[in-house]
Design a protein around this ligand. Structure first.
Ligand code: CO
Ligand code: CO
Ligand code: CO
Length: 336
């Protein structure tokens, strides 16, 4: 569902609560809700599920599980428990579902968490995801709302998974586990989250369905700030310019653009594929982090050093938080 439709549905529904232990609710479009259990522990809860984005059921299960786990990492938490959510057609080969759930199970193992139980219903199209619970010290919760002027913005994964999975569906790109976009979607945001534990983070979220600009706007509006984005610093998968030129972009990209582009001003020529990158809905995308210049440089150096064997683009500093609102697009060269 598009962000505008969702806002329409939520309007007038009163989710407010007297329960003071709910320390993060819906108000700032954070990645998960957070419930304080005691002075040492806060429970982080999130749920995500969606239709297959790759043909291989085992890969799909792994990607969906990595995507569901991501919200806990984005909140500064450590996931520990998950349940399966499954929709599956009655007339489809049950081995497919077995493979999907094996994918989820293996990803959970990699994350070091337990999956138990869940719920399955019959539906025309398969869907799979997880309900995930995590824990953090209440003081360590990372939210959207504390980005500060002068903070650098970091993105930990390349953009373009929506465009590439659209190309998969059109048989215009090869769906192998070695494809950089699939490798990226399979990757847990755990490493990034672990590194962040030793740094002072102002704000953090993960990039999923609303694209870079949508999730960035959630952070900026919760923090009452704006930002400069450096177009030439955005990390992306090598095939994206060509696929974007061929018009292989998902419908969600246009919905995101309709909803979020009114706050975006450009001060340099935007190449069409760069504009697509900004609004492309991501699956199991990277973390978007706001932190001081020195901490940001330290994070990117340490994180990329861990990933030096990796062929694909690594974490990058993509912009800077400003006091005045709105998102301004620039080239890094012209603005240091
Ligand atoms: Co999220
Ligand atoms: Co989510
Ligand atoms: Co968050």
């Amino acid at each position: 569902m598009g962000p505008a439709e969702l806002a329409e549905i939520l309007a007038g529904l009163d989710f407010s609560t007297e329960d003071e232990n709910l320390i993060i609710g819906l108000e700032n479009a954070d990645d998960a809700i957070v419930y304080q259990l005691n002075s040492e522990q806060a429970l982080i809860q999130t749920v995500d599920f969606f239709t297959p984005i790759v043909d291989d059921p085992y890969l799909f299960g792994q990607i969906s599980a990595a995507n569901s786990l991501s919200d806990v990492y984005a909140m500064g938490g450590k996931p520990f428990l998950a349940m399966n959510i499954v929709c599956f057609p009655g007339d489809l080969d049950k081995n497919i579902l077995h493979e999907i759930m094996q994918g989820g199970l293996d990803k959970a193992k990699e994350a070091g968490i337990t999956i138990s139980g869940g719920h399955t219903i019959e539906d025309e199209e398969p869907k799979y995801g997880l309900v995930v619970s995590g824990l953090a010290h209440p003081d360590d919760i990372l939210t959207n709302s504390k980005a500060k002027e002068g903070d650098k913005l970091i993105l930990t994964k390349p953009l373009g998974t929506g465009i590439i999975t659209t190309a998969f569906k059109a048989d215009m790109a090869e769906q192998s586990p070695q494809h950089p976009a699939i490798k990226s979607m399979l990757e847990l945001n755990k490493k990034a989250a672990l590194l962040l534990q030793n740094l002072s983070v102002s704000a953090c979220t993960d990039i999923t369905g609303f694209g870079l600009i949508g999730h960035l706007e959630e952070m900026l509006s919760a923090s009452n700030k704006g930002c400069k984005l450096w177009l030439d610093k955005l990390p992306y998968f090598a095939e994206v310019p060509e696929l974007s030129k061929a018009g292989l972009v998902p419908g969600g990209l246009y919905r995101n653009k309709d909803t979020f582009s009114s706050n975006v001003t450009s001060f340099s020529d935007v190449i069409p594929f760069q504009e697509d990158l900004l609004y492309d809905p991501q699956t199991s995308g990277g973390l978007l982090i706001a932190m001081s210049d020195s901490e940001a440089k330290k994070f990117v150096a340490d994180y990329n050093n861990q990933k030096r064997q990796d062929q694909q683009p690594k974490a990058a500093i993509i912009g800077e938080v400003t006091a005045n609102s709105g998102i301004t697009l620039k080239k890094r060269e012209s603005n240091n």
